[in-house]
Design a protein around this ligand. Structure first.
Ligand code: ATP
Ligand code: MG
Ligand code: MG
Length: 347
């Protein structure tokens, strides 16, 4: 069978590899770091930095199509890879989601609301942005942030200088604080023929900036559910997207506000493993290999809970429970805040 190249070797790459394997494909992981979780289940692993041209070339030659589970692959590596093999989802989707400023401008151009925002490169920018947007606000690095890292809440203008110091000189963005009732996300998929299928929106709870649980169905109205799915479809179409995307939304009194998009399978879509005939990982593999999209309709209510750090101590108890699916990522070292696995509880 064909070989799917995956940039990034974390748990998402691991679960993509399992799904690919079930459809008769092999996967080849490219990951700079040692002992990638995906390496245990993939058919081949390249351990090399994204600056290693020879390694990138050999990787591209060994695969039929390239996808990714990590959006911060350097442009130079993508340029080289793209000249050798197709990259799905395409470069535009990566460029848009790698930079919070570009992302928000793209969304607003599409007519989709975001938090008010302003680019911040220095203290003057930040002071002007605070004057315009008001407090509370959140200062975030434009690039490389995940799990709430590289973010600081500003409650008063006097906090500007300290907040900027937290950015460590990186280009930043100030976002107005959105007062939301709930957070939901849409996991949407688009196939090569342009067909779109979205999973039922999940409701997300974060703790300390990290996703804690996703529950389906979300406690939203039918109209909100329809709006959320249509909004995700609009993004997928505009990007001529192929694959699975996560769209994070804030639900406020009168609108759905887009927080961010992730051009890949998403943590808040892990419930699909227990709630759908075809989960987000298989859906992504289907899309990037040119299959029709599968049946992503939801047949169960599910609560997905992340196992973070010491939550691993609960695994022996969780393993005894009925209607629980346990997923572990095979990470050797437990660290505070590190995602070690998740459970899907079929409600
Ligand atoms: P991820 O791991 O999802 O990529 P991230 O580091 O990119 O996380 P965000 O999604 O930007 O971080 O923010 C993490 C959480 O912080 C959000 O899910 C939300 O709960 C809260 N948050 C972020 N931005 C805002 C905002 N402008 N207003 C209110 N809450 C916010
Ligand atoms: Mg993010
Ligand atoms: Mg997020």
């Amino acid at each position: 069978g064909a070989v799917i190249g995956i940039l990034g070797g974390g748990q998402l790459g691991r679960m993509l590899s399992v799904a690919a394997s079930r459809l008769g494909y092999k996967t080849h992981i490219y990951e700079p770091g040692p002992n990638p979780p995906a390496g245990d289940v993939a058919h081949a692993v390249t351990t090399a930095p994204y600056e290693d041209e020879a390694a990138l070339r050999a990787f591209a030659e060994a695969v039929d199509v390239i996808t990714y589970e990590f959006e911060n692959v350097p442009t130079s590596a993508l340029d080289l890879l793209e000249s050798l093999k197709p990259i799905r989802p395409n470069r535009r989707a990566l460029a848009v989601s790698q930079d919070r400023l570009v992302e928000k401008a793209f969304l607003n151009d599409l007519g989709l609301p975001t938090a008010p925002f302003a680019a911040v490169d220095d203290l003057t920018d930040l002071q002007e942005a605070i004057a315009e947007i008001g407090c509370p606000a959140i200062l975030k690095t434009r690039r490389f942030g995940y799990d709430g890292k590289g973010q600081v809440v500003i409650n008063a203008p006097e906090e500007a200088e300290a907040a900027l110091a937290d950015m460590k000189g990186a280009p930043a963005i100030l976002e107005g604080f959105v007062t939301f009732f709930k957070e939901i996300s849409v996991i949407g998929a688009r196939a090569q023929d342009g067909a779109i299928s979205c999973f039922d929106p999940g409701q997300n709870k974060h703790e300390g900036g990290i996703l804690r649980t996703t529950t389906v169905p979300a406690a939203i109205t039918d109209a909100q559910r329809t709006d959320a799915v249509l909004l995700a479809a609009k993004i997928l179409n505009k990007l001529d997207y192929v694959g699975v995307m996560g769209v994070e939304l804030f639900v406020t009194r009168d609108a759905l506000i887009v927080n961010e998009i992730a051009p890949r399978v998403h943590n808040s879509g892990h419930w699909t493993q227990a709630g759908c005939a075809v989960d987000q990982f298989e859906q992504h593999i289907r899309a990037v290999t040119g299959w029709p999209l599968g049946d992503g309709s939801r047949y169960a209510d599910v609560e997905m809970e992340n196992l973070i750090g010491d939550d691993m101590d609960r695994v022996p108890e969780l393993a005894k429970l009925a209607r629980y699916q346990v997923h572990l990522y095979g990470k050797a070292e437990v660290k505070p805040g590190r995602k070690m696995g998740h459970v899907n509880h079929i409600l």
